[in-house]
Structure formats: C-alpha cells, structure tokens
Ligand binder design. Structure first.
Ligand code: PAF
Length: 299
C-alpha cells in the first residue's frame, strides 16, 4: 500500500520496506489517514521475539482487516521479576524480517518506554472482577495491572477494529475481554488457538532461552495435559490435579508451580463438575529457571 512519506518523518523508518513507527504521534497521524480512507485495522500486540504462534495471529488479523499493526514492546510494568525482564529476548530486526514474509499491509509499532510511559513507569490499578486473583495472579504480583495498563494504552493509540490474542495466555485473554467491556473500548477481541511445536510444547518467546534438552523435556507439559483431559472424563477435578502433581514430582527437570482446573466463565477452581459448564486445565512450571505456561480445554 502507498503511504504518505510526510507522515513517516524522523520517527518512522522504512526498514527493509516495512514501516516501523517509533512514536505514538506519528502512528496516530497515520491511523487517522487510514480511518478517513475507510480502512479496517487489525492489531496484534506482542513483546517481540516473534515465533510461529505470533505469526498465526498476524495471519488471522490480515484475513480479517485491511491493515495490521503489530506492536513490539517489552512492557516493564507487567514483570514482577527484574531478571526475567532483563533476560526477555529483544530481537526487533529478526521480528521485522519474519513479519515481512507475511506480506504487505503490516506496520510495526516499536515504541520506547518513554513513548508509552513518559517518565512515570507505573501500572494503573484495575479490578477485573476477581479474574486477576486466580492462577497467574497468585504467583505474579501486579502482572495483570501491568498488562491492563499497556493494552489499554495501546488500544488508545492504535484504535483497532479487531485485536488478536493467543489462548496460551488464556487468563490474559479473559482479562482483556473484561478490560474492553468495563472501559467500553470499541474493539473486538479475537482469541486464537494455541500454536504448538511438533513436540506439543506451546510456542512461547521464552522457549528461545531453553537448552535443547530442556526444550525436548518441556513437551511433558502438553503430554500431561492430554492425559489429564482423558482422566477428567471419569475422575474428579481434585483427583486429576493430584495426579498431575505426582507426575511432575517424578520429573527430573520440571518443577510444577501450579495446576488448576477452572471454570472458563470466571476462572474459579472447579469444586464439583457440572455437565452445563465448560472447564480448562492450566499449568505453570519451571525448567532451567524459565517459567512456562500452558492450558487445554477439558470439555
Ligand atoms: O502476551 C503478551 O505478549 C503481552 O502480555 C502483551 C499482551 C503484548 C502486553 O504486553
């Protein structure tokens, strides 16, 4: 697509013929032009280190919109662990090269921390009606305030018609749907299936930090989820969770942080199964000090 070179000024660079916006002001000007031209906008927010999982979100976005923005921003306010933030892979050049393979009409927004937060690098406080206190919320203090802060700001900047999120972060997806409904943000949230490596390991930017052995062993997470699903057909949620814990206790490299079976409506722990409700099983585990999460629909 032809874009007006004036608006690219100094703050947007045409890199390998893919335009990267570094400031929200330049991007907002461009969005205004797109909107006045009647273009629909799809949005894929990311923290970079893109993999096939992200690319599948971008493909979905391209299929449903005229233009797609991909943000690449490692958001400091959603990390409760300084080492994790420091070690998070930052690979903008490789990310841009991957996005280029998907075609035209993709634009990157790669802001600095100052462009997003000015000098106030703090998360706002949110209530997500209790969703934020379950699972990840119990182990990553303030994480969802950080996610809510950045996603709300990005939505205000990009003003997309549709935004795409992977189900690997299922709790995040639910929280973003809640954010949008609470703040009446006019965007449709589209949840997309988990993308897996051939071994079954859910794709994650963190996988890049795993040794070959750890990467191979981490397939155990998905394998255990699949077996748990089979057991859930006949056994109670408590029985299945205890069984999962035992499997991880026997594993030489993986350490289970939590296993939870939750109702997808409110993410509350299942006490008693009901035929009319829908459940999912969630796992967080560490290997080589790297935290991996995964989940699976049970019915
Ligand atoms: O899922 C992620 O990568 C991040 O949490 C998100 C949504 C890009 C916000 O920083």
């Amino acid at each position: 697509m032809q874009i007006n070179s004036n608006i690219l000024s100094l703050h947007a660079v045409n890199f390998f013929q893919m335009t990267i916006f570094y400031t929200q002001d330049t991007l907002k000007n461009f969005v205004e032009i797109l909107k006045s031209d009647g273009k629909t906008i799809g949005f894929v927010p990311t923290m970079g280190a893109l993999h096939e999982g992200h690319l599948s979100l971008v493909r979905n976005a391209l299929a449903g919109n005229d233009i797609v923005f991909v943000s690449v921003f490692v958001n400091p306010t959603q990390f409760d662990n300084a080492t994790d933030l420091k070690k998070y892979p930052r690979t903008l050049d490789a990310d841009v090269a991957l996005l280029k393979t998907l075609g035209e009409n993709i634009f990157v927004y790669a802001p600095s921390v100052e462009d997003i937060y000015d000098s106030n690098v703090h998360a706002e406080k949110f209530s997500f009606d209790g969703l934020e206190f379950e699972m990840e919320g119990k182990f990553r203090t303030g994480h969802f305030d950080g996610v809510g802060t950045i996603v709300k700001r990005l939505f205000e900047i990009v003003t997309p018609d549709n935004a795409y999120f992977g189900e690997k972060d299922f709790q995040q997806l639910m929280i973003i749907k809640k954010l949008v409904s609470k703040y009446k943000i006019p965007v449709k949230i589209v949840g997309c299936d988990i993308f897996r490596e051939a071994s079954g390991l859910a794709m994650s930017s963190r996988n890049q930090r795993l040794s070959n052995e750890a990467r191979k062993e981490s397939a155990f997470i998905h394998k255990t989820l699949l077996e748990a699903k089979k057991k859930f057909g006949t056994k109670s949620a408590t029985h299945v969770k205890e069984w999962v814990q035992k499997q991880f206790n026997k594993h030489p490299l993986l350490t289970l942080e939590y296993v939870e079976i939750a109702n997808v409506k409110n993410l509350k722990t299942v006490k008693r199964k009901s035929k009319n409700e829908t459940y999912r099983i969630f796992i967080a585990a560490f290997i080589e000090n790297i935290r991996l999460i995964d989940n699976l629909a049970l019915n």
